[in-house]
Design a protein around this ligand. Structure first.
Ligand code: 4NP
Length: 155
């Protein structure tokens, strides 16, 4: 199974989501059955490492992180089984890709899996470290819900 996390710049929310997901699938002994990646709908930060605040937040929460930013490609819609958008704007942009029609069922909002409520993972780029920690908390609890769905799918 292949899972793709998508935000705008691919330096804040989606690389953190990818790192949290990889941490959890390793803890659940599922790492050999699942691949995860992240990308952005925008092209502002291609090839960049995650934002220093993303790295700091991952480290503070005991999660290893490594990623180089890349942009969403049409081929991703064919290749991945789950494409999880961090917010509605990115969700809408994923659905504008040429192949989206055939693969629309794969595209979901991450916070569909948040037990505390749906909506956007707020963009922390213009915020401070507290905003990054809030993103971590939203991503962390949404991921527990998503992992339950993944386990059902794999079973
Ligand atoms: P991300 O955050 O989508 O969570 O990676 C952003 C990163 C960069 C920009 C916007 C959001 N930007 O405008 O450069």
């Amino acid at each position: 199974m292949k899972v793709l996390f998508v935000c705008l710049g691919n330096i804040c929310r989606s690389p953190l989501a990818e790192a949290v997901f990889k941490h959890k699938i390793t803890a659940h002994q599922l790492a050999d059955r699942i691949e995860a990646d992240s990308c952005g709908t925008g092209d502002y930060h291609l090839g960049h490492q995650p934002d220093p605040r993303t790295i700091k937040t991952a480290q503070r929460n005991g999660v290893a992180i490594w990623h180089e930013a890349r942009q969403l490609m049409d081929q991703d819609l064919t290749e991945f089984d789950y494409i999880l958008a961090m917010d509605q704007s990115n969700y809408d942009n994923i659905l504008k890709m040429p192949s989206a029609g055939r693969h629309q069922h794969k595209v979901r909002l991450l916070r569909e899996f948040d037990p505390l409520g749906m909506g956007d993972v707020p963009d922390p780029y213009w915020g401070n470290l507290d905003d990054f920690q809030e993103v971590f908390q939203i991503v962390d609890r949404s991921m527990d819900g998503f992992l339950k769905e993944v386990k059902r799918t794999l079973a």
